[in-house]
Design a protein. Structure first.
Length: 623
């Protein structure tokens, strides 16, 4: 920056105020800024003074303002463009040039500060500026004489904040326009100081290129915004989704029936399209369309829920045939500042309103772990369907989540509906003793619900619904619809050892009771089911966005049954370990490839069965 400009900064209180971040339009220019920083530093020990100038200088300054067309710059406010662009479909942004995407992204980031700026009418309103500060008089002059200073709602000015040349130019532009209005309202110049006009004229000459560039960029944004508005998907709805292509197979071993598993490689998919709509900017209406066709191993080859893939069909499923259906349908809205309500109309799950405390591992099948068990504590599976979820944040460190979901809520028949059929009710307290540690205490009460992972006995109700894939001891009871009631307790934890290493895990205990004798076939009794896991995640391993993960645990196992059920059902005789490893490679921002392997010892918690190895390569396209 030229020597004359540095000298000018020392002699005008207007200039000092401008450098501190003067005007509300400065926030818009920050979104358009480059890495070029403002080149002058004002010496706080050298108080500024005003030069003496002739009245003709005032007219020269006005002429200079006219030459650079500052009024048009204010009229083409880039923040208005950002507010409109923020409502557009993100998928349409890919049609624009890379420069436009970058500019809009910067505006979106900086607008958070912009929206909170407020006009200052007295310098005493700025609680971080005191009469003893060297810039106090300069700010007071700008506020009282010209009214071109804006502060933040918390009563601060934030004068130590760094600024770029573009930000300085936009702030200068605001004061120039204010001076122009003052002079226009009073032909004699009003209270506009002649020395200020001389200094401003020099500043206009110094920053003329930036002001013109700023105006050109705003015009460019206006044109691009108009294009987006004409081609947007919806003014209130955004489209996003994920498509999974998965290659999977079992590399040998024995199934829960004791028979050999055919070594067959399967290729399938799961596609999800989310239509996210907001009516107030704080609420969310999500409509998800889903199609999938990958069958569950429990229904086709292993005949046990152990090792089922998260992105495949449900327990004992044989493939969905890629039929498109409405999956998740929910409406989320705030109730006050700290409470969020989630109304689940279909396919609701606890992760919609509660923290599953398993970062990098729980990606709901799209990312993270590839197995059902490895994704999250199986006790969460007891709660799904239609109902309501509530999340209340007492503080950043303490959160309470409550939920009630029914699996057959839309059925008005007997033993169905919202309250008479299968349901799960959940309460969870999530707290952070310190920043790197998160803990979750979970309680679930469920009726006619299963864990979706573990042995056949641990998923008694689902197992009894099928008459072909059961262990021999359970086959006589298949299809009987045995009613059950469960109380489950879980502890989840996650500790960030370092930015590159996260240690986590959980333990879950489920007490299930059979509620009917089924005509004397099965007596009333209790089953105790345990599960646990230790997880390890290494984010950004090898490349930013990559994740390596390891899960070692015991899928739900029946450890004990009451005497009335010992002869009829019994407990699981042995212990099976679930060992899973995956490496998620982020090929691009929108494409990831995840090879994973699952090793099951003593499948179905029975050492008579040979170990099973399951492999999968998941490719996820997100948009």
């Amino acid at each position: 920056m030229s020597k004359i400009f540095l000298n000018t900064l020392r002699i005008s209180p207007v200039i000092l105020g401008v450098i501190l971040g003067i005007a509300h339009s400065a926030s818009a220019s920050d979104a358009l800024s480059t890495d070029t920083e403002a080149g002058g530093i004002v010496n706080p020990t050298n108080p500024p003074s005003n030069p003496v100038a002739e009245n003709s200088d005032r007219q020269g300054a006005i002429s200079q303002l006219s030459d650079i067309n500052t009024t048009s710059i204010l009229q083409n406010n880039p923040i208005k463009a950002e507010e409109s662009a923020a409502q557009t479909d993100r998928s349409k942004l890919d049609q624009l040039a890379d420069q436009s995407s970058s500019i809009l992204g910067q505006i979106d980031q900086y607008s958070q500060d912009t929206d909170s700026m407020s006009q200052v009418t007295n310098v005493s309103q700025l609680r971080d500026v005191s009469p003893g500060d060297w810039a106090y008089e300069a700010l007071r002059s700008l506020v009282e004489r010209y009214g071109c200073i804006a502060g933040y709602p918390d009563g601060t000015f934030r004068g130590n904040r760094a600024m770029t040349r573009y930000e300085f130019a936009a702030g200068l532009n605001a004061c120039l326009n204010q001076l122009e209005r003052l002079i226009g309202n009073n032909t004699s110049g009003g209270n506009v100081d002649n020395g200020d006009l001389v200094s401003l004229r020099r500043l206009v000459q110094e920053f003329q290129a930036e002001l013109q560039t700023l105006g050109g960029r705003v015009d460019n944004l206006e044109g691009r915004t108009s294009f987006l508005e004409d081609h947007q998907f919806s003014a209130t709805t955004k489209l996003n989704g994920a498509a999974i292509f998965a290659l999977a197979g079992v590399a040998g071993g024995e199934n829960a029936q004791g028979g050999d598993i055919d070594k067959v490689t399967a290729f399938g998919d799961r596609v999800r399209l989310n239509f996210d709509t907001s009516f107030t900017g704080k609420d969310l209406l999500r409509t998800r369309l889903q199609a999938s066709n990958l069958a569950a191993f429990s229904g086709t080859s292993t005949f046990t829920p152990e090792g089922d893939l998260r992105f495949a069909d449900g327990t004992f499923g044989t493939g969905g045939g890629n039929n498109v259906e409405i999956d998740a349908l929910l409406y989320q809205f705030p109730l006050g500042e700290k409470t969020t309500i989630v109304l689940e109309a279909n396919a609701g799950a606890p992760d919609d309103f509660a923290n599953t405390v398993n970062p990098y591992i729980d990606g709901d099948g799209d990312s993270g772990a590839i197995s059902q068990f490895g994704t999250r504590n199986p006790i969460y599976k007891l709660v799904d369907g239609t109902g309501i979820g509530i999340k209340h944040e007492f503080s950043d460190a303490l959160e309470l989540s409550l939920g009630y979901l029914a699996s057959d809520a839309a059925n008005p028949g007997e033993d169905a509906g919202l309250f008479n059929g299968a349901y799960g009710a959940m309460a969870q307290l999530t707290f952070k003793p310190f920043d790197k540690l998160t803990l979750g205490l979970t309680y679930v009460h469920a009726y006619n619900s299963d864990l979706g992972a573990g042995s056949n006995r641990a998923n008694l109700r689902s197992a009894l619904a099928d008459n072909s894939n059961l262990p021999t001891a359970l086959q006589p009871f298949s299809g009987l619809g045995l009613p059950t009631s469960s109380n489950a307790y879980g502890l989840q934890g996650s500790f960030q050892v370092s930015p590159k290493l996260v240690l986590g895990g959980w333990v879950g205990y489920t007490a299930t009771r059979t509620l009917s004798t089924l005509g004397g076939t099965i007596d009333r009794g209790d089953l105790k089911v345990w599960n646990w896991a230790v997880t390890l995640a290494a984010p950004d391993l090898g490349k930013e966005g990559n994740v390596a993960g390891l899960i070692i645990g015991m899928e739900p196992k029946v450890t004990d049954v009451s005497n009335a059920l010992k002869a009829q059902i019994g407990d699981d005789p042995d212990t099976s370990l679930h060992i899973e490893a995956f490496y998620q490679y982020q090929l691009t921002d929108n494409i990831s490839i995840t090879p994973g392997i699952i090793w099951l010892t003593a499948p179905d918690h029975n050492s008579d069965n040979k170990d099973v190895v399951i492999g999968a390569i998941r490719t996820t396209f997100s948009f």
